[in-house]
Design a protein around this ligand. Structure first.
Ligand code: SF4
Length: 228
C-alpha cells in the first residue's frame, strides 16, 4: 500500500487531525474531500470548511470541496427530523455523504476511501463501517474500516486542536443536533433563617379557677380618692 492514494472524507478539521497522521503513517498518500451538506447554519459550514483548508494547507494535503447541496440532504432525511443524534437519521446521513465520496473516488481513479467520522466518541464505528463498505462495494472500490477514537485517537485530536488553535464545534452538524446551552445554576438570594428559641407556654387560669381569697380586689375610684 506504500504510496497508494486514498480519498479521505473530512467532516471537520478537529476530526481530520488524527486521521490524516495515521493514514500517512500507514503509508497512504492522502487526498482530502470535504463533503458535508448536513452542516447548518451556512455560517457554521464555512467556519468548518475554513479550518479544514487551514490544516490541509499546513500539512500539504490536496483538498477538494463537494457541493453544499443542503436541500438534497434535507430531502434525504425527511421524516427523521425528530430523531435524536445517534438515532435513525444518522445512518441515512452517513450513507448520503459516503456514497458521494465513493463516487468521487471512482471518478478520480482512487481505489480506496476512508472517513474521519468514527473519531467522535458519539459515533459508532459498527454503524459507519458497514455503510462505508456497502457503498464502496457497489462501485467496486474499498472502504478503509477503522475506529479512529481507539488508541487515544480522540485525545490526540483534542491536543492537536489546542496546539494549533483549531476551532472545535460543540455539535455534530445538522440543526437537529444543536444542543441547547445549559443555563448557569441560580444561587438563591434568600436571607439566612434565624432560629428562635421556643418560648414556654404561659398558662393563664380562667378567673373562675382562682380561689376567691387570692383574687385581687378592685378599688372603686371614689374610695381611692378618700385614702389620699
Ligand atoms: S446528528 Fe450528525 S450524523 Fe446525525 S444526522 Fe445530524 S449531522 Fe448527520
Amino acid at each position: 500500500m506504500a504510496g497508494q492514494k486514498i480519498l479521505l472524507h473530512i467532516c471537520c478539521a478537529p476530526c481530520a487531525t488524527t486521521v490524516i497522521r495515521r493514514l500517512q503513517e500507514a503509508g497512504y498518500e492522502v487526498f482530502g474531500f470535504f463533503y458535508n451538506p448536513n452542516i447548518q447554519p451556512a455560517k457554521e459550514y464555512y467556519k468548518r470548511l475554513h479550518e479544514t483548508k487551514r490544516i490541509c494547507k499546513l500539512w500539504a494535503i490536496p483538498l477538494e470541496i463537494g457541493d453544499y447541496d443542503w436541500d438534497r440532504w434535507q430531502a434525504e432525511i425527511r421524516g427523521l427530523e425528530k430523531e435524536k443524534e445517534g438515532g435513525k437519521r444518522c445512518p441515512v446521513c452517513f450513507r448520503y455523504r459516503l456514497s458521494t465520496v465513493a463516487q468521487k473516488a471512482k471518478e478520480s481513479g482512487i481505489g480506496i476511501i476512508a472517513s474521519t467520522l468514527t473519531i467522535s466518541p458519539r459515533k459508532r464505528a459498527d454503524v459507519i463501517n458497514p455503510i462505508g463498505k456497502e457503498v464502496c462495494e457497489e462501485l467496486e472500490i474499498k472502504f478503509y474500516q477503522a475506529d479512529w477514537k481507539k488508541q487515544d485517537g480522540f485525545k490526540h485530536s483534542l491536543d492537536t486542536c489546542k496546539k494549533l488553535n483549531i476551532y472545535r464545534q460543540n455539535y455534530c452538524g445538522c440543526k437537529y443536533s444543536i444542543r441547547p446551552l445549559t443555563p448557569k445554576p441560580v444561587i438563591a438570594q434568600t436571607k439566612p433563617r434565624v432560629e428562635t428559641k421556643p418560648q414556654p407556654e404561659v398558662l393563664v387560669k380562667p378567673k373562675s379557677e382562682v380561689p376567691k381569697r387570692l383574687r385581687k380586689k378592685k378599688t372603686k375610684p371614689w374610695r381611692r380618692n378618700r385614702r389620699q
